[in-house]
Design a protein around this ligand. Sequence first.
Ligand code: DP6
Length: 322
Amino acid sequence: MSIKASAYAHPNIAFIKYWGNRNDVLRLPVNGSLSMNLHGLHTHTHVEWSNTLSHDSLTINGVEQMGRALERVIEHLDVLRERYQLQGYAAVQSENNFPIGAGVASSASSFAALTLAAAAHLDLSERELTTLARLGSGSASRSVPTGFVEWYAAETHEESFAESFAAPDHWNLTDVVAIISTTHKAVGSTEGHQSAATSDLQMARVARVSERIAICKSAILQRDFAAFAEVVELDSNLMHAVMMTSRPALFYWLPASLAVMHLVGEWRREGLNVCYTLDAGPNVHCLCTSDHASEIANRLRSLDGVLDVRTAGVGGGAYLDN
Ligand code: DP6
């Protein structure tokens, strides 16, 4: 027996952030989140299930993986084996068209593509695929549906799913990423989620997140950039305030990150449609409308401390390619 499938998925950037779980094993987040998929960046993953293999294996861009990357994939395949009584082991080959250190995390696109390819023969609904992708990496649930996506916080595995609320062509938002550092982050998201509750500010952040989700969603639906910018920067600042006040403290910003954040505010006052958001790292995602993207990219490129700039529009959902 051998079953083969392959799938594509884009990474995504969150506007309202996922930070902290109510259940770390099931990755049930303490709050819902909103994001858009990033066009042009993708992970392509090929999975072959076979009962002649003696173990699971993983290559990324042709390089055989050991250690944590392989373990995480094995854990995800174990979940699929248990839930759907799958037999045998899997050979997983994954390619990213964006380098690690490109300022965009690859775990969302990786676990979304892996889930689609590994479960291709099970004929599952998109909703179920989002919940399975979530078990591999929380943000991966948001890379399965198309365009602008909401992932719901809930008490159970089945209820914490993601769905699209606007198609990619709904609004021409663009993510212009200012790359400040390409080195691997010292404390990854998984560890960060586990320490979120040690911050006295986490409860305050979560208390009004439903309000921010409603404001952000309606700003996107009405293409209201001013309202969007205000709530996106607030939510990013709230998450980083939690990170900085966790025990031990997590400081992801570098001096150049803060310099870019200040300039983005000035550029907005000048009339450019741009705002910032930062994930668990120092790179600054400058979200803008596409008409202002090349101006923002040029300005970022001229700054000391900005190593590179990468631009992505709104992407579609994950899909099987065979
Ligand atoms: C700061 O989805 O990478 O980017 O579930 O442990 O894989 P795991 O964490 P991950 O966390 C993403 C955190 C974030 C915010 C966000 O994307 O919402």
